[in-house]
Ligand binder design. Structure first.
Ligand code: IMP
Length: 178
């Protein structure tokens, strides 16, 4: 068990690199089976999913493509509050089998927004692939077909996930020590 300090917070090892790799491989194998012959387009959401996406893609053995999108927040009207916009979708999604690749689904609001935005481009199908899901935090109903791991509500860092932009380089996943 190792302890890391990032800014004002302390974290301890939660999911070791070897287990992450096993889980990522398992989810990739399911995608290889389900998406065979569909030439899926993986859309990885930056910044958090960059490590997961890189490992996932190297376990994918079927013809496929990957591209990267980014979410930016802006302040909507008083009624809509913070609104997240999807940037960087340069591919034609019409008729494509699209798999959104995320680092973590927490409340699910970000993913819901992604589905709404990408859905308007009329893909043939739209799927969710997330490294991590916090089921107890979900506020919206989502069909997360490809989840590598489910975790409790604790805040985590590492393997692409950050605390205040730090910690993305950690090879294991760490959870916060209260
Ligand atoms: P949601 O809209 O509440 O599902 O939030 C999703 C986003 O919040 C993720 O893409 C992450 O960027 C961030 N996030 C949620 N939980 C954590 C965590 O435990 N560690 C790091 N980032 C997190």
């Amino acid at each position: 068990m190792s302890i890391v300090k990032i800014k004002d917070k302390t974290f301890k090892t939660f999911i070791p690199e070897s287990e992450i790799q096993q889980r990522v491989k398992a989810v990739a194998e399911k995608l290889n089976r389900d998406m065979d012959g569909k030439n899926p387009l993986f859309l990885a959401v930056l910044n958090g999913s960059f490590v997961f996406a890189a490992d996932l893609m190297r376990y994918i053995t079927i013809p496929s493509e990957i591209s990267f999108v980014k979410l930016a927040s802006y302040q909507g009207t008083a009624s809509t509050g913070e609104v997240k916009e999807v940037f960087g979708v340069t591919e034609e999604l019409h008729g494509r089998h699209v798999v959104i690749v995320e680092d973590i689904v927490d409340t699910g609001l970000t993913m819901k927004r992604m589905l709404e935005t990408l859905g308007t481009r009329e893909p043939a199908s739209l799927h969710i692939c997330s490294l991590l899901v916090k089921p107890d935090k979900l506020q919206v109903s989502l069909d997360i077909e490809y989840a590598a791991m489910e975790i409790p509500n604790d805040f985590i860092v590492g393997y692409g996930l950050d605390y205040d932009q730090q910690g993305r380089n950690l090879r294991d996943i760490y959870r916060i020590i209260e």
